[in-house]
Design a protein around this ligand. Structure first.
Ligand code: GRF
Length: 218
């Protein structure tokens, strides 16, 4: 199977991007990162891309609406013949048009067990502050397809971590970040191997026992 061409969008440190780069180097993912795009010029993820000789660019969102920004992204995706897009800590909202043109081809990593602690305004350390404030006993991370609204697309993979009595938001963030790297790589591996089937809100493994029986359960 030929290598899938992927674009990775970032806004920050890029540890999720690094996990993807490392997995590709270890030949775990059937993909080639054609471009890394950041809406933040100071995103360390751009440095990570540079260190690995991966094409990367900062696209400022200054004086641009979300729609205008998405239009720029779309032009680049077409130019680079991108198959899949990974939002790895990307903090801008994509336009409906872009999401529709890349339906079930854009995935996002979120640092909670969706549908908890997600949606507009839930990003970064705030997610973990709210989880601890609420008193949950488990939190975790979610990889999902991106649809028209924030953090609501069909869920591909989730993994939980215990929230211990005296965890600080920062400590919980670090525990969750490790899980993020793990499930983002495994989700991208399945996506690039064409192993994911989306039926309604459910994402199932192609050819698995679920695929045959799913219609009986829906
Ligand atoms: C991660 O916590 C991710 O879940 C969230 O933004 C953070 C990005 O971290 N969307 P990094 O830039 O990949 O280190």
């Amino acid at each position: 199977m030929s290598l899938k061409k992927i674009a990775v969008l970032i806004s920050g440190g890029g540890t999720n991007l690094q996990a993807i780069i490392d997995a590709i180097l270890e030949k775990k993912i059937n993909a080639d990162i054609k471009i890394v795009i950041s809406n933040r010029e100071d995103a360390y993820g751009l440095v990570r891309a540079q260190k690995h000789g991966i094409k990367n660019m900062f696209i400022s969102s200054k004086n641009l609406t979300d729609e205008e920004y998405s239009k720029k992204l779309l032009e680049i995706f077409k130019q680079e013949e991108i198959d899949f897009v990974v939002l790895a800590g990307f903090l801008k909202i994509l336009s409906k048009d872009l999401v529709m043109q890349y339906k079930n081809k854009i995935i996002n990593i979120h640092p909670s067990l969706i549908p908890s602690f997600c949606g507009r305004g839930y990003y970064g350390i705030k997610v973990h502050e709210k989880a601890i404030e609420y008193g949950v006993k488990v939190s975790g991370a979610t990889v999902h397809f991106v649809d028209e609204t924030a953090d609501t697309g069909p869920i591909i993979e989730q993994k939980a971590v215990d929230v211990d009595d005296f965890d600080s938001p920062n400590f919980l963030q670090q525990k969750v970040l490790e899980i993020e790297h793990e499930i983002l790589v495994s989700s991208l591996e399945k996506l690039c191997n064409d192993e994911l089937v989306v039926i309604g809100r459910r994402v199932i493994k192609r050819g698995g026992k679920d695929e045959k029986s799913i219609d009986k359960r829906l």
